[in-house]
Design a protein around this ligand. Sequence first.
Ligand code: NAD
Length: 431
Amino acid sequence: MNTNVEQSNIPSFIDPHEVGAWGMYLRQVDRTAPYLGSLTRWADTLRHPKRILIVDIPIRLDNGTVTHFEGYRVQHNVSRGPGKGGVRFHPQVSLPEVMALAAWMSTKCAVVNLPFGGAKGGVRIDPRKYSMAELERVTRRYTSEIIQVIGPEQDIPAPDVNTNAQVMSWMMDTYSISKGYSVKAAVTGKPVALGGSLGRVEATGRGIYVIATEAVKTFGMQLKGARIAIQGFGNVGGTAARLFQEAGAKVIAIYDQTGIVYDEQGLDVKALLNYAHEHGGGVKGAPGVTTLKPKEFWSLKTDILIPAALEGQITKDNAGLIRAKLVIEGANGPTTPEADDVLAENGIPVVPDVLANAGGVTVSYFEWVQDLESFFWDENTINHRLEDVMRSAYKAVTQSAAEHHVSLRTAAFILGCTRILEAREVRGLYP
Ligand code: NAD
C-alpha cells in the first residue's frame, strides 16, 4: 500500500508498505491532514507512536514445560492525558496491529473529548488452548513486564478481544502487589467488587445503540422493525444485539468465529446468547436457524450492518456486496480505506469506530474517576452520562462532516486529530 508518508517519517522497524491495520491508520491520517489547517505541521506526531514496549513472557505450562509468548504495550499519544486502551489476547496480535489500535484509541478519546491519550496492549496467544491457571500466569507476567509504563497517571489498560473482567482483576492485583497497596484505578473493566463501574460490561454495546438511535434520524430510518446483521457476538456485538432487539429491531444474522446464523423473521438474541454461553462462546450449531456463508452474510439486504469482531473485515473484495442502508462500526478498524471508498460510491454511510464504539472507553473513564475518588455512582447516572457523551460526540462529528463535506470517518478524524494536535502545539516541543 502506498501512503504519502515519507519513508524517513515512519518508525524504522515498520515496513513502509505495511498493509495491515497500521497502514489503514496511516491512510486515514493522510485523508485527514488536508483539513487540519495550521495544525497540519504537527501531523507527523500522529504517525509516530510515543512509546513501544515489546516483552517476552515466559510461562510454565500446567505440564511443567516452559513456553514463551510475545507481548506489547504501545502508547500512541499522551498529549491530552494518560494512555488508555485495552489488552488483546489473540494468536495474530502483532506490533503494527497494536500500534494501530493504540492510535485509534488516541483518536477516539479525543473525539468523545475524554482527558486521555491512546494506548493498547496485546499478547500473541490463542487463549482457547490454555487453562485458566496458565492464562492467569500469562496475564500476571505480562503485567509485571509492562509495569514500568502503566498506572493510574500513566496508562490504564482495559479489556479487549479475549480479555475480560477476570483478566483485569489479575492485572489490578499484580500491579497492586508491586506497589504494596490496592490501586483500583490502575485498570478499568474490573468486576464491581474490585472498584469496577456499573454499566461497564455493557457500555460499548450501549454506546453503539445510542449512536444508532441518532444515526437513524439523520438517515431517515427508524429502529423499530429495522433489519440488523452483526458480525461478532462477544462483549460488543452480543450486547448491541440484545439492546437492538429490546428496542423492537430484528437481528436477522449473527456472524462469529464459529459460524453464521440467520433467521429472516429475526433471531431470538437472548436464546442465542445463552446457547453461545453454554457452547464455548460460539453460535455454531444453534437450533432452529439457517446457516450462511460469509458472502451471503455480507450480501444480506439490511437496514444496519454492524461489524463488531475484528479489524479489516470489510475490504475492497466484499464491500461491493454490501446492501445495508447504514454501517455502524462496533469493532476497531473493521473497514479498510478502499472499502470506505466503495461504500461511499454506493451511497452507504459508515458511522466510524472512533465514534460508534467509544461507549466502552467512556465508561472506563467514569470507572477511573470513581476509583480515584472512591465514590461510586448508580447505574442510571452512568448510563445517562454515557448517553450525553455519545450524543454530543455524534452531533460534533455530523457538524464537522457537514462543514467540511467529508465522510463521517474523516469528520471524526478531523475532530479528534485537531484536539490532539492543539494539545501538542500548546505543550510545545521539549527541549
Ligand atoms: P470479544 O472477544 O468479546 O468478542 C469477539 C467476537 O468476535 C466473538 O463473537 C468472536 O467469535 C468474533 N470473531 C473473532 N474473530 C472472528 C472472525 N474472524 N470472524 C467472525 N467473527 C469473529 O471481543 P469484544 O470486546 O466484543 O471486541 C470486538 C471488537 O470491538 C474488537 O475490534 C474490539 O477492539 C472492539 N472494541 C471492544 C470494546 C470493549 O469494550 N470490549 C470497546 C471498543 C471496541
